[in-house]
Design a protein around this ligand. Structure first.
Ligand code: NAP
Ligand code: HSE
Length: 434
């Protein structure tokens, strides 16, 4: 490090990388906050011919990662490429070479965060990943520091901006799924492969990170149940609203006597719950600590500006520590703790909304109710919705009392086998009040 300068190597110059590079290149105030001039040494890209912002014309582009990873003048590697490989390998190399790392990569942190944190500690460097969850919302540092005095029992969150944008557009603006997704992509919210968003995978990565920090135990992403939003239809939003609910993609992590429950799926959220009012690209996280009580943090969960805000905050903090010769504090994580068992999804106990069509004639509904009853599922309410007179069928929405997931799934499979039930449509779990 030349005196007064800190070299930064940027891996990735896409939606987030460009916003970070532009801000670093234009905001003169950062030098005072970093305690040094931040020198962007270059950016790794896949395609050097791709058109970039005119404001980045002076930035050196390379397709050779070694040019940055092996540059002795680079003190901080900022990884904004996304995906598991080659990002994971580059981060390992950077940490092993004694470079500090800032990343927004939830996939790599969810899968290898424990190992990378240990590597950072051994090499006495920082690994910061504030932007990996919740975009511009301060969350990682909050869990690592501000909740340290608490035993956290519950985290309930909306942590995917793309799906929340889609669900809000479908529910409130009557926009169809494909158009809402295209808008989210255009606004820079979606992952390079948007299936990660709509299938709940991105939220599962984020929940694994949050749950690991909240419960101070390793939470493997493979143990996080996830279900996306593609099974929802426009009428589910209508029916849910009539019943007093909003539909949200929730990420829930809960400490129970049997272990930790971690799940991502669409949920019916009572309209008077704070999470029901979180719309568009906004994310929100409710955390329940034994001393703090319930805390809710809300903000923009995706997009270039909010994400750059979190990335640059990490860069400034690392830089200031570097300038002042402070050793990076090893973050308190679950990496070294005794793992707490994860409770299988089949053991979840909750209430359900289920929409199905059935033959519109006497005895059919009774037979469905009988099958549910045989599996121990009690009906809380039932509404007959639209009737298709030509097909001789009716659409029915059933709300259940609490039931065990295993029994509910078995019951639904049996109902779907009935000749008189042409379709079991969507089922949605109901959010319990925190
Ligand atoms: P993006 O627009 O797809 O940008 C990815 C960048 O990485 C591009 O510049 C691409 O090069 C480069 N790249 C990808 N693979 C590469 C490879 N193998 N070799 C060299 N360069 C490669 O992605 P993004 O939306 O900015 O997201 C970046 C990261 O931030 C991801 O981890 C994402 O999950 C995370 N994140 C995104 C948001 C958001 O709102 N977008 C919010 C929070 C976190 P080219 O430019 O040549 O294609
Ligand atoms: N694709 C992610 C989202 C980006 O929509 O939330 C922010 O992590």
């Amino acid at each position: 490090m030349k005196s007064g300068r800190i070299g930064i190597g940027l891996l990735g110059l896409g939606i987030v990388g460009s916003a970070v590079a532009e801000a670093l290149a234009t905001n003169a105030a950062y030098a005072a906050r970093a305690g040094a001039h931040l020198e962007l040494r270059g950016a790794l890209v896949r395609d050097r011919q791709r058109q970039r912002s005119a404001r980045l014309r002076d930035l050196a582009l390379t397709t050779d990662a070694d040019a940055l990873l092996d540059d002795p003048a680079v003190a901080i590697i900022v990884e904004l490429m996304g995906g598991e490989e080659p990002a994971y390998t580059y981060l390992r190399r950077a940490l092993a070479a004694g470079k500090h790392v800032v990343t927004a990569n939830k996939e790599v942190i969810a899968k290898y965060g424990g190992e990378l944190s240990a590597l950072a500690a051994v090499n006495n460097v920082a690994l910061r990943y504030e932007a990996s969850v919740g975009g511009g919302i301060p969350l990682i540092a909050v869990l690592q520091r501000d909740f340290l005095a608490n035993e956290i029992s519950n985290v309930a969150a909306i942590i995917n901006g793309t799906t929340n944008y889609i669900l809000t557009s479908m529910a409130k603006d009557g926009i169809d799924f494909a158009e809402a997704l295209a808008q989210a992509q255009h606004l820079g919210y979606a992952e390079a492969d948007p299936r990660n968003d709509i299938e709940g995978i991105d939220a599962a990565y984020k929940l694994a990170i949050l749950a690991g920090l909240a419960f101070r135990t390793p939470v493997h992403v493979a143990d996080v149940f996830h279900e996306g939003i593609t099974g929802l239809r426009a009428r589910d939003f209508r029916y849910a609203s009539e019943l007093g609910y909003a539909v949200k993609l929730l990420a829930i992590a809960k400490r129970t006597p049997a272990g930790i429950q971690a799940r991502v799926h669409p949920a019916l959220v009572q309209q008077d719950e704070p999470l029901a009012k979180v719309d568009g690209v906004f994310n929100a996280i409710q955390i329940e600590g034994d001393l703090s009580g319930a805390v809710m943090i809300q903000g923009r969960g995706a997009g270039p500006g909010p994400t750059a805000s979190a990335v640059i905050a990490d860069i400034l903090e690392v830089s200031r520590n570097l300038r002042e010769g402070r050793t990076p504090l090893a973050a308190i994580s679950g990496a070294s703790a005794v793992p707490v068992p994860l409770v299988p999804m089949q053991e979840l106990r909750t209430r359900y909304y289920v929409r199905m069509s059935m033959a519109d004639r006497p005895g059919v509904l009774a037979r469905v109710a009988q099958v549910l009853g045989e599996e121990g599922i009690s009906i809380a309410s039932m509404i007959q919705k639209e009737v298709d007179e030509d097909a001789g069928s009716a659409e029915v929405v059933i709300m259940t009392h609490h039931a065990v997931e295993r029994a509910f799934q078995r019951a639904i499979a049996r109902v779907a086998d009935l000749d008189t039930v042409p379709e079991v449509g969507t089922f949605v779990r109901v959010m319990e009040k925190v």
